[in-house]
Write a protein that binds this ligand. Structure first.
Ligand code: CO
Length: 148
């Protein structure tokens, strides 16, 4: 009996975090064709934190075909892009300390990946959008993030 309880406890320890991690995270891919593979991301209301992993499945270097994943409110998008362009490739095309940016990954090149985890309590004044802030990419590399 004791052994069974121990086994159940172990199962709980293993199963719970895996399930939670699966539910409160997502992977989005960018490629050499200047595309994301997702145009929508849904964050479950039950998640206190959410993790986005960006994978660049292409081969081109970041200076030529760099991608990041930047999350803002729809209202802040254009201003964040304009300031991000000034930050340049060395600044990941995101203005340092930009508090309009809810979360962002690094700017990565082909074969690289980067993750960002953010507190979902910061998702207050939507609607929310995500995009690549590499100049010219946002027109195509763009999506919406909703909390449900
Ligand atoms: Co890009």
């Amino acid at each position: 009996m004791k052994r069974q309880l121990f086994a159940l406890a172990l199962l709980g320890l293993i199963a719970t975090p895996l399930w939670a991690a699966d539910n409160c995270s997502t992977v989005i891919e960018g490629n050499d064709m200047m595309q994301y593979d997702k145009s929508e991301i849904t964050v479950p209301k039950s998640c206190s934190e959410f993790t986005v992993t960006l994978k660049h499945t292409g081969k081109l270097p970041r200076a030529a075909m760099g991608h990041n994943w930047v999350l803002t409110s729809e209202a802040d998008e254009k201003a964040v892009l304009a300031d991000g362009a000034k930050a340049g490739v060395d600044g990941d095309y995101v203005k340092t300390g930009d508090d309009r940016v809810i979360a962002h990954t690094r700017l990565i090149g082909g074969g690289e990946s980067d993750s960002v985890t953010f507190d979902t309590s910061t998702l207050k004044d939507g609607p929310f959008v995500y995009f690549c802030s590499f100049p010219g990419h946002e027109a195509v590399m763009h999506g919406t993030l909703t909390v449900e």
